[in-house]
Design a protein around this ligand. Structure first.
Ligand code: PHE
Ligand code: ZN
Length: 853
């Protein structure tokens, strides 16, 4: 039924709203089953919009109590998506009252309840589940909000902006900055506040609050510290100051995404706020820092300047991801951060771009916008900004951003506006560059070279394969950062940026006394797949000598992929080049331990599956897994002495601290442990598990024990220790599925779904087990298809309860086209089964339809 009604929305159909909203006032009387929302809105005709005279408001699942225009009953017609009524073509006052039931809202969109606490999630189109409203980002208004609730259960009442007046059982908030409805937020419950304050550049004293459930107040300090560092960084780097007297963050356990940038009231998945050494890993701390920064940075890139329509989502997301990546690089190590970001980009965005879900950074149509919060919009969107910055230089970038904030503050903008500020600030023509926003697919860049009479030449060729709806592409602007090295390892040409704009293009480098070794695409200067014929020897050379840390790592990664590929296809043994290069890196104390950990890590199975596919080989998941296990064992044997020394030497002297230096040392120590556990009978892991006083060490050891032999005893101990901690228990679920042997993974996951603590309506818990199985490549794809069946069963079950999360997880199937006919058939059958489900959500229907093609 629903699918038939679902129609696509097109970018080309954009038209402004006929009215402006001068002022919005909401009164919310909270009740689990019967919340009353009264809205009063002052409308006036939009001089730049189509003719006024009819009022169209979005609304879903609302019980309309009354509606008036200028005090007289409005003549409304209600349908499934909103209401329509005749309205004056001049200014008027709208008032309406609706009733909703937050306790019945399991979709976690709109107003819902989580552990007895009321909270909201309005992006992208959740506000229409709270009241009738023009729920579109280009409609902006100042809001005032009055919340009323039972003071016994909800002593704390929060909304956007600044608090004004409050009494027992009620509170009022005012947000002076006009905002779109998707940034509205409201929270009510029994919460405690971790308080602090921040003095802005111009001397504004801002009250900071992190609100959590009683008992969690001891786990807020790190998030608060990250917030203050973010605020200072945005002032220093972008000249952006905070603009309200209050900034609040609330942690909720039931949340579909990571976090949300509601104006002055960010709402977070509790896993990205709460941390203590005992319960959070180094990785958790890093994620908290990055996401706190991301949401805070949205205050300017997203809130003060927002999107005209949802096709422009990358305007705020790509830019804000780019900013949070810069921030994290500044806080930690730029080299390691860049490698991590590229790993994520390849694992998520390249994967997406290589399959049926490929879409441009700025899509041109969608059925359900929630399905477009993708790696392409976020991560590729950030890469595109990184390229822009490289092309116009640091100063050009700063000038363009200054102009952007200056020109567009308070507006709802487009990618055209964004590119225009770069053109105006730098004089550069970005017509061709815009293809990065409109063309989908990952460009393939191949390079050949020749060397005669001291002249070195590079010949590039670019091509972007066809993607859904885009059979043909034009050449894109590809900035290739290049350095040249001499055979003795010295740099004969420091990094410079070649701008490739043609399908085929050559560059000449005269005066090269010896044939140089090129270091191409330094810092991963463009999100492309680069191919170049090269020898293992040359890669080992670059791994040893490249002065660009990203390319140094990349050389090792390419070597590892070649070794693994040959192990899979020819059952070849790993060659000496790779192992001795790895030994040198591992022993090199001048290198950041976190870098060494990354160099020692092997490509994931999913990455190998894609790599093999790209070279024309159908990936066999079990063969990939087996090869990776073998290679790990081989590395462990070869480097056992070095690793053993490192493991001992990196033992921390003092108490745990999440600071980057200590975390980097632990990263290498854990990598060493992972390898050593394959040859020491698990003695070190046992010992570390028993002695651990922090979650990084404890979980790291547990992972080794599970991988070795299932780790039944340690798993049971861990459960007893942490049964009361939801976030830690998520890790317990995920680890068992993630590290299960290929033949057992589906069984392990199925057994865990029977566990009393498997609260499947909680998105984090669901993702731990079902997402965990999907992330276990060989387990998910194990012969027989039990993994596919289990995931499909659970997505079908989750869909009516929480369509957003179910739809997002259908992407576990997005790579079906890579595999052999058996697996393809089974994956397609699983997808068809989901598609045939009666009443399937619009969210999942769109995803499954696109994945099946
Ligand atoms: N806008 C949020 C962010 O990027 C993500 C989000 C989207 C959260 C939709 C909830 C719903 O930070
Ligand atoms: Zn964001």
């Amino acid at each position: 039924m629903k699918e038939a009604a679902a129609r696509a929305v097109h970018l080309k159909d954009y038209a402004p709203y006929p009215y402006l909203l001068d002022d919005v006032s909401l009164q919310v009387r909270l009740d689990p089953k019967a919340t009353r929302v009264v809205s009063q809105i002052r409308f006036s005709p939009n001089p730049d919009g189509p003719a006024a005279g009819t009022l169209r408001l979005d609304g879903e699942g609302l019980r309309l109590i009354r509606a008036t225009i200028d005090g007289a009953p409005a003549d409304v017609t209600v349908d499934d998506h909103g209401l329509t009524c005749p309205a004056p073509a001049t200014a008027f006052d709208w008032e309406c009252e609706v009733e909703i039931a937050p306790a019945d809202n399991t979709a976690l969109e709109g107003l819902y309840m989580s552990n007895g606490m009321y909270c909201t999630q309005c992006e992208a189109e959740g506000f229409r589940k709270i009241t009738y409203y023009p729920d579109r980002p280009d409609v902006m208004a100042p809001f005032s909000v009055r919340i009323e609730a039972d003071p016994a259960t909800c002593p704390v009442l929060l909304s956007n902006g600044n608090p004004t007046v409050a009494g027992d059982g009620w509170a009022e908030w005012q947000d002076p900055w006009p905002k779109p409805a998707y940034l509205f937020a409201l929270v009510a419950g029994d919460l405690v506040r971790h308080a602090d304050s921040f003095r802005t550049l111009s001397g504004r004293e801002v009250d900071l609050g992190i609100w959590v459930r009683p008992g969690d107040e001891g786990k807020c300090a790190y998030a608060m510290d990250a917030l203050k560092r973010s605020m200072a960084w945005d002032e220093a780097e972008y000249g952006r100051e905070y603009d309200l007297n209050t900034f609040n963050i609330v942690a909720v356990d039931d949340f579909n995404m990571g976090a949300m940038e509601n104006k002055g009231l960010n709402i977070f998945n509790s896993k990205y706020v709460l941390a203590s050494p005992e319960t959070a890993t180094d990785r958790d701390y890093e994620m908290i820092e990055g996401i706190i920064a991301h949401e805070y940075f949205h205050n300017w890139t997203g809130n003060r300047i927002t999107c005209r329509d949802w096709f422009q989502l990358c305007l705020k997301e790509g830019l804000t991801v780019f900013r949070d990546q810069q921030f994290s690089g500044d806080q930690r190590s730029h080299a390691v951060k860049r490698i991590d970001d590229v790993l994520t980009l390849r694992a998520r965005q390249f994967r997406e771009d290589n399959g049926p879900l490929s879409h441009p950074v700025r899509p041109e149509s969608y059925i359900e916008i929630n399905n477009f919060y993708t790696a392409t919009v976020y991560e590729k969107g950030a890469e595109v900004i990184g390229m822009l910055r490289r092309l116009v230089g640091e100063e050009g970038y700063r000038a363009a951003l200054d102009l952007y904030f200056d020109r567009h503050d308070g507006q709802a903008c487009t990618i055209e506006d964004w590119l225009r500020v770069f053109e105006d600030a730098t004089g550069r023509d970005l017509t061709q560059f815009k293809r990065w926003y409109t063309q989908s697919g990952t460009p393939r860049l191949s390079v050949r070279e020749d060397y005669t009479d001291n002249v070195y030449r590079l010949h590039f060729r670019q091509e972007t394969p066809p993607t859904p709806g885009q059979p043909e592409k034009g050449p894109q602007v590809i900035p290739v950062a290049l350095g040249l090295l001499a055979p003795d390892g010295s740099e004969t040409m420091p990094t410079r940026v070649l701008e490739i704009t043609e399908t085929e293009q050559s560059f000449t480098f005269p005066g090269q006394e010896t044939r140089p070794i090129p270091s191409l695409l330094r810092g991963f200067s463009a999100p492309v797949i680069l191919t170049r014929q090269s020898t293992a020897e040359e890669r080992a050379f670059l791994l040893a000598h490249d002065t660009d840390p990203f390319n140094k790592w990349e050389a090792g990664r390419t070597l590892a992929k070649d070794v693994l590929s040959r192990m899979v296809t020819d059952d070849a043994a790993p060659g000496p080049d790779y192992l001795s290069a790895l030994r040198r890196v591992t022993q090199d104390d001048t290198l950041d331990p976190a870098f060494r950990a990354l160099a020692l890590a092997l490509p994931s199975d999913d990455d190998m599956a894609q790599t093999l596919t790209d070279s024309g080989v159908t990936p066999d998941p079990l063969a990939i897994w087996t090869a990776r296990e073998k290679l790990s064992l081989r590395i462990a044997e070869e480097l056992s002495a070095v690793l053993g020394d490192l493991y001992d030497a990196l033992e921390r002297p003092g108490p745990y601290s999440p600071d980057p230096k200590a975390a980097n040392a632990r990263a290498l120590r854990q990598t060493a442990l992972g390898l050593l556990s394959r040859i020491d009978g698990g003695t070190r892991a046992q010992k570390q598990f028993a002695a651990a006083d922090n979650m990084t060490d404890e979980l790291g050891a547990l992972a080794c024990l599970i991988r070795a032999d299932g780790g039944d005893e340690a798993t049971a101990t861990f459960y007893r220790r942490w049964a009361d901690d939801r976030l830690v228990l998520d890790k317990w679920f995920a680890l068992q599925v993630g590290y299960a042997a290929p033949a057992d993974a589906a069984d392990v996951a199925a057994r865990l779904t029977q566990h009393p603590a498997f609260d499947w309506k909680n998105p984090n818990r669901f993702r731990s087990v079902i997402g965990g199985l999907g992330g276990n490549h060989a387990g998910f794809h194990a012969a027989g298809g039990a993994g596919y069946e289990l995931v499909a069963d659970w997505l079908i079950r989750l869909d009516p309860v929480n369509p957003q999360t179910a739809a997002r997880m259908t992407t576990l199937f997005e790579t079906w086209h890579r595999y052999d006919a058996d697996r393809r058939d089974m994956m397609r059958a699983a997808l068809e089964r989901i598609r045939a489900t009666r009443g399937l959500s619009r969210d999942s229907a769109e995803m499954v339809g696109r994945i099946l093609g």
